[in-house]
Design a protein around this ligand. Sequence first.
Ligand SMILES: Nc1ncnc2c1ncn2[C@@H]1O[C@H](COP(=O)(O)OP(=O)(O)OP(=O)(O)O)[C@@H](O)[C@H]1O
Length: 223
Amino acid sequence: MLNRTGRVSVIDDISVPSGGGILPRGLSVRALGNAHAGPFEFDVPAGACLVITGMSGAGKSVLLRMMADLDPHQGDVALDGRFCSAMPAHRWRRQVVYLPAEPGWWSDSVLDHIPDDVLTRGLMAKAGLRAGVLNDPVHRLSTGERQRLALVRGLRLAPRALLMDEPCSALDEATTLMVEAMMREVMTGGTAIVLVSHDSAQAMRMADLRRELANGHFVGVDS
Ligand SMILES: Nc1ncnc2c1ncn2[C@@H]1O[C@H](COP(=O)(O)OP(=O)(O)OP(=O)(O)O)[C@@H](O)[C@H]1O
């Protein structure tokens, strides 16, 4: 099936979880919530992008962190019909990659986080990153360079789902379009994306599905 952007949606390829019911390929969020947000119930088919908007403090990051199994929560999330609760956390986070608004670095050397190889160089070129950033200390990089390096680090894992929190907030328009092209490329390969964005033009360009969050809950109807 082709969606309105001409990409293939794999929504007719379904999985049956052990608990019963039929889940689509991609992400399936079921009764997910905690004290700050939810409960949420929605699907993001493989190869589709759900854009989440909402005011500061609405609960967007909390939702992504619960989906990544980083914040305590009730309910569950499935990827291709397999629930997070039924697999080790490290396996979930390798397939469902969370890119926070402020990426974390555990040392000041970029090469401690990302190897210098063909895959990295190829992704860096697509992201418009100069080769020299690999040898720079993390603290000297610009915010936008750190954001794109975090994307490169995440995409090296070939994730089945990407949870992206304002990935282009520090980028100029031309570089934003490069990052969006990278997102479309992985979507073509079947990766589901949940994108939190304050940029309405980006939301228009990227969204197959859109939801707005306010006070920890979705408002309005799916579009
Ligand atoms: N562990 C926590 N303990 C207490 N309050 C929390 C916790 N986690 C989130 N909150 C609160 O939940 C609310 C939603 O936070 P969240 O970071 O999800 O907002 P957001 O929609 O991503 O905002 P922004 O657009 O500014 O990033 C905030 O008021 C935040 O302080």
